[in-house]
Every structure is written in structure tokens, then in C-alpha cells.
Design a protein around this ligand. Structure first.
Ligand SMILES: [Zn+2]
Length: 153
């Protein structure tokens, strides 16, 4: 789908002021790409490669830690799914495996799919991801009833 050219301002969720688009050098001392930064709140978020579209919402230190933890629990689940799925289906894609697990998460957490991304979650939602993953509820095997799938998810 083509991305719209309309530039939306990116707000800091802590102080509600507009974040500044700047080089990651401001934070890491090295340029890895662009970030939206709110300096007073020590909050930032990266952008999708070669765009000015933020990956999610700005996160402060506490939230960054929680998002990292959520990814540490969640990512191996879809990665394992991809490794297994791609053995029997060479057209199985990482995005399909990841999308399938986010779908599962969106059902468990009752969040619409388009809002269901760790990069958009707050601290409580990240805690919930960790809890659900550790309880084994995000695994494909945990799905009591497999949804009718047309695209291998
Ligand atoms: Zn701020």
C-alpha cells in the first residue's frame, strides 16, 4: 500500500510536545538512522528505514526496558514458528510467522491488529506480553482451534 505523504507531527506521550527528528547520534554518539527525540523526557523512537515514519511511540528508559523484555519473550516464538514453517513451505515468510503471532496477541489482549505492536505498547501492555509468552499462550500450539488459514499463517 502506498504511504501517504501527509506529514503527521510526532508527539511525545509524556509531555505532549512535538518530538524532534534527529540523528541517533544524539543518543548513541553514532549514526544508526534517524530517531524522534524528546530531550527533556529522555524519550525516543526509531523510524522505519529510509522514511520519517516512527516505528511506534516514543519510549522513556523504563518503557524501553519493558519493550526489550517483551521482544525477548515474543520474538523467539515467531522465529521458531518461521523455522518450522519454512521447512515444509518454502514460501513461508518471516512476516507471516510474526503476523500470525501478533494476531494471536491481539486476540488475547483484545487490541485491534493495527495497534498491536510492541513498539506501540505501554509498560502495562509489555508486562502482559511477557506474562502471556511465559505462560505459553502465544505459541501456535496453544491455539485450541486452528483458524482456517488461506495464507499459511
Ligand atoms: Zn517529552
Amino acid at each position: 500500500m502506498p504511504r501517504t505523504k501527509i506529514k503527521k507531527e510526532v508527539l511525545c506521550p509524556y509531555c505532549k510536545k512535538e518530538a524532534t527528528l534527529t540523528s541517533s547520534e544524539a543518543i548513541y554518539g553514532k549514526h544508526f538512522g534517524m530517531i524522534y527525540l524528546c530531550y527533556p523526557c529522555d524519550a525516543w523512537v526509531g523510524v522505519h528505514k529510509d522514511t520519517d515514519h516512527p516505528l511506534g511511540t516514543l519510549a522513556n528508559a523504563e518503557l524501553r526496558d519493558w519493550r526489550k523484555w517483551a521482544h525477548k519473550e515474543f520474538d523467539p516464538i515467531w522465529q521458531k514458528r518461521f523455522e518450522e514453517g519454512s521447512k515444509t513451505n518454502p514460501r513461508y515468510k518471516k512476516a507471516m510467522a510474526r503476523g500470525g503471532r501478533y494476531k494471536r496477541l491481539s486476540i488475547l489482549m483484545e487490541i485491534p491488529m493495527h495497534q498491536c505492536h510492541i513498539g506501540m505498547f505501554d509498560v502495562d501492555q509489555c508486562k502482559e506480553v511477557v506474562r502471556l509468552c511465559q505462560a505459553g499462550l502465544v505459541n501456535p500450539e496453544a491455539e485450541t482451534k486452528k483458524p482456517e488459514s488461506k495464507d499459511g499463517i
